[in-house]
Design a protein around this ligand. Structure first.
Ligand code: ZN
Ligand code: ZN
Length: 222
């Protein structure tokens, strides 16, 4: 029994990520949008002007592969014409828009309802427009994308979600815990979940040292 207690304490002390929760303790997650399936289908929108950047897209694809290791998530790429990050308008679409801008790092904007549901255009991911190394970009995309799946930084100072571009078993377990239940099927057209819990989650990446600094601040609803 003593050994078991030690193992459990170590596991808690080391976990690199946690679920976002609402003020009433609901786990933040995407609302079910596939009939008769707990797999949430999420469209990742990359403007054509960014999709032409092969090294950037290798990072995006790497992160999507990590997300798709979860049986509760299916990310699919959508490249609209032109420079706009426009979500598909089909009913029930979940959409994560991707952009690049000068910021020395990467950012995830994540919104949810008072019940913890993410739906429609509930997340947006941004990446510095300066060059990235492939390894740092792959980890940044994985990290920001898992924020967009409802994960936050842990309170223990560790840099997850994701390590070395790979989602950990812990990260995948958090995604499962948040999504392993049926919901009322989301059939709305594209909209943004903002009512109670919009957060800005920012991970600054120093391109020269690869040092990472995690910050989080609340944004007003809207
Ligand atoms: Zn739900
Ligand atoms: Zn982060």
């Amino acid at each position: 029994m003593g050994l078991l207690v030690v193992v459990v304490l170590l596991a808690v002390a080391c976990h690199p990520s946690d679920n976002f929760t609402t003020s009433t303790g609901q786990l933040v997650h995407w609302q079910q949008n596939v009939p008769n399936s707990l797999e949430r289908r999420i469209t990742l929108v990359v403007p054509a002007t960014l999709a032409s950047d092969g090294s950037f897209m290798r990072g995006i694809n790497s992160g999507m592969l990590q997300a798709n290791r979860s049986p509760y998530v299916a990310t699919v790429l959508h490249v609209p014409n032109g420079s706009q990050a426009t979500c598909p308008t089909a009913p029930g679409t979940h959409c994560v828009r991707v952009f690049r801008a000068p910021m020395n790092g990467a950012v995830a904007y994540v919104g949810w309802s008072s019940t913890g549901h993410m739906f429609g255009a509930a997340a947006r991911l941004g990446f510095d427009s300066a060059p990235w190394t492939a390894a740092v970009l792959a980890n940044a995309v994985c990290h920001e994308l898992f924020h967009a799946l409802g994960l936050k930084h842990s309170s223990h100072g560790t840099p997850g979600p994701c390590q070395g571009g790979i989602a950990t078993d812990w990260d995948l377990a958090l995604v499962r815990n948040a999504h392993n239940h049926p919901d009322p099927l989301y059939t709305g057209t594209i909209t943004t979940a903002t009512s109670s819990g919009r957060r800005l989650t920012l991970r600054l990446v120093d391109h020269s040292t690869r040092a990472e600094l995690a910050l989080m601040a609340a944004l007003p609803a809207g």
